[in-house]
Write a protein that binds this ligand. Structure first.
Ligand code: FES
Length: 109
């Protein structure tokens, strides 16, 4: 749909903490790492049928805290969510790369 997750000029030497609920697992990852990649590093299953290409809408995660650490949803992400009936409060984990600490959950965890 719109290719790989955008890789902005993050300082990847800076790490952020991603916490997963309800498991309580957490992982430190370089800035610019997507939530999908972070969950995989934490050995949590992430639904995906498009190879993180922002097409399938299955990787939806809800950000419980740290919303200020993620970019606002763009129109392309909103369109994929509408087409795939993703909850409005969820974000596509393959699109969201936090620049600060966040806590997230997925409906199937
Ligand atoms: S993995 Fe398919 S939309 Fe994110």
């Amino acid at each position: 749909m719109f290719g790989a997750a955008p890789r902005l000029a993050y300082d990847r030497s800076v790490e952020v903490l991603v916490r997963f609920r309800p498991s309580g697992r957490s992982v430190r990852v370089p800035r610019g790492t997507t939530l999908l990649e972070a969950a995989q590093r934490a050995k949590l299953p992430v639904a995906s049928a498009c190879g993180a290409e922002a097409v399938c809408g299955r990787c939806g995660m809800r950000i419980l805290s740290g919303n200020e650490s993620v970019a606002p949803q763009g129109e392309a992400e909103a369109r994929v969510k509408r087409r795939n009936r993703v909850e409005a409060t969820d974000r596509l984990a393959c699109r969201v790369a936090p620049i600060g600490d966040v806590e997230v959950t997925a409906r199937y965890w």
